[in-house]
Design a protein around this ligand. Structure first.
Ligand SMILES: Nc1ncnc2c1ncn2[C@@H]1O[C@H](COP(=O)(O)OP(=O)(O)OP(=O)(O)O)[C@@H](O)[C@H]1O
Length: 273
């Protein structure tokens, strides 16, 4: 399996009014093509910041230091911001927690997906429309033709997240980073969105990094898991080992908070100690 993303010794520090704040401290991680890596930890553990650092999306108050950030054979640290942006959005895509807030309320769904295709693939209007319809179908939205002209406020949160996923996979990325993609959604919709992400990941062979605070999400999606606490990696294991024999006390605490709904998932029958 080829390594898609490899990070060594990543540290991110923010300049704040109270002095420097280290949000990520010496993290190593890698994700292979075709693999689902979950990064799990409670709010504030630096999961999002680590991935935003890879994407080059942190504000100027952040200092990013790493021995290596290599994506698909390219050293991202050696790239100019412009070169990095060219890769990001085409080969690496990210979806976020608040789908409605992530979409522009002033533009139709069709236009917003079309913009991604225009920017990264230079498609003409007819090609954009055809590809957008294919994408809306691929993410399971009913009435794709009608959705082309729909505005975000005319759709549910779950539908907006499907649109965000369509935008993210529009250019067939090699890596998709999903940052708490179901946290803002109703419980009944959460499972559908997770199933969709895994389905798309399996069909395309892309790598998927799932950022979550929820061990239930980990159980339903991940091949391998990194447990992060206060900016530090506490444990790394394949998903079955993590649930069967968690080594770290913080991992055990997260597992003991596992909601009941995960019990019927793919790991049912595993005794969580
Ligand atoms: N722009 C910023 N300026 C200062 N501190 C920040 C900034 N962004 C994040 N932080 C801090 O970095 C730490 C890690 O935040 P991060 O968002 O990565 O956590 P997380 O584990 O992803 O949690 P969440 O699920 O809430 O996003 C937190 O203490 C947060 O307050």
């Amino acid at each position: 399996m080829t390594t898609l993303l490899e990070i060594r010794n990543l540290t991110v520090t923010f300049e704040t009014s109270n002095g420097p704040l280290t949000a990520v401290s010496g993290i190593d991680l890698h994700v292979d093509a075709g693999e689902v890596l979950a990064i799990v930890g409670e709010s504030g553990s630096g999961k999002s910041v680590a991935m935003l650092a890879v994407m080059g999306l942190l504000p100027d108050t952040a200092t990013v230091a790493a021995d290596m950030i290599r994506f698909d054979g390219t050293d991202l640290l050696a790239l100019s911001p412009k070169e990095r942006r060219r890769i990001i959005g085409r080969d690496i895509a990210m979806i976020f927690q608040e789908p409605i807030a992530s979409l522009n309320p002033a533009f139709t769904v069709g236009l917003q997906i079309g913009e991604v295709l225009k920017k990264h693939q230079g498609m003409n209007r007819a090609a954009r429309r055809a590809r957008t319809l294919t994408l809306l179908e691929a993410v399971g939205l009913p009435d794709p033709v009608g959705k082309l002209r729909a505005y975000p406020h005319q759709m549910s949160g779950g539908q907006c997240q499907r649109v965000m996923i369509a935008m993210a996979i529009a250019c067939a990325p090699k890596l998709l980073i999903a940052d708490e993609p179901t946290t803002a959604l109703d419980v009944t919709i959460q499972k559908q969105i997770l199933d969709l992400l895994v389905e798309l990941q399996e069909a395309s062979g892309m790598g998927l990094i799932m950022i979550t605070h929820d061990m239930g999400v980990v159980a339903e999606t991940a091949d391998r898991v990194i447990v992060q606490y206060q900016g530090v990696k506490r444990e790394e294991a394949d998903v079955l080992s993590l649930f069967e024999t968690p080594r770290d006390s913080y991992t055990r605490a997260l597992l003991s908070a596992l909601p009941d709904r995960a019990a019927g998932g793919p790991l049912s029958g595993v005794v969580v100690s």
